[in-house]
Design a protein around this ligand. Structure first.
Ligand code: HEC
Length: 147
């Protein structure tokens, strides 16, 4: 009689463990699913053209010539100086400052960097493109905004 009782206990125990394992497994699956869904949507974002609040004609120059280094996929050094992915959060003052800085490095021929200009001349913006960018930078200046 005692023996049977212990046996039954074991059966119950086993069932408990089974439920436990099952619920753990379900939980793990849900977590994994959420994780991969996240990664998937992230990579979808990266492959999409980055949306930045800059006029389209200017944005397209940046996309071609600058984003490889100054966008989401860029390195730490260039992104630390200028990160187009953060442009939306810059605010009017910083936008104006960065735009003026961009105009000045382009006028000097300092960007893209010398090495990149040599290996990828197609990245170099034309004189006309630089004029367009500098004109845009001018419109962002506080004195011009107020008008
Ligand atoms: C091959 C990579 C690369 C490309 C392409 C590139 N840059 Fe840069 N950029 C850098 C690096 C690296 C730095 C930081 C080092 C430095 O200031 O020289 C930098 C710095 C800058 C700075 C900050 C300069 C300062 O004095 O603080 C500006 C502005 C800039 N880049 C604008 C541009 C613009 C505009 C383009 C596109 C026309 C561009 N860059 C394309 C690599 C790149």
């Amino acid at each position: 009689m005692d023996y049977l009782f212990i046996f039954m206990l074991k059966v119950i125990d086993y069932d408990n463990v089974k439920t436990l394992v099952q619920s753990f497994w379900t939980l793990l699956n849900i977590t994994l699913l959420a994780f991969f869904t996240n990664i998937y949507s992230l990579s979808a974002q990266v492959s999409k053209r980055q949306q930045i609040p800059i006029p389209e004609n200017i944005n397209s120059i940046f996309q071609t010539s600058c984003m490889p280094c100054h966008g989401i996929k860029g390195g730490r050094l260039p992104k630390g100086r200028l990160n187009f992915s953060r442009w939306a959060g810059y605010g009017a003052v910083k936008e104006a400052e960065k735009a003026s800085l961009i105009c000045s490095v382009l006028r000097k021929g300092a960007m893209p960097p010398k090495k990149a200009r040599e290996s990828h001349p197609e990245l170099i913006p034309s004189k006309e493109q630089i004029d367009i960018i500098c004109g845009w930078a001018e419109t962002l200046k506080p004195k011009n905004r107020k008008k």
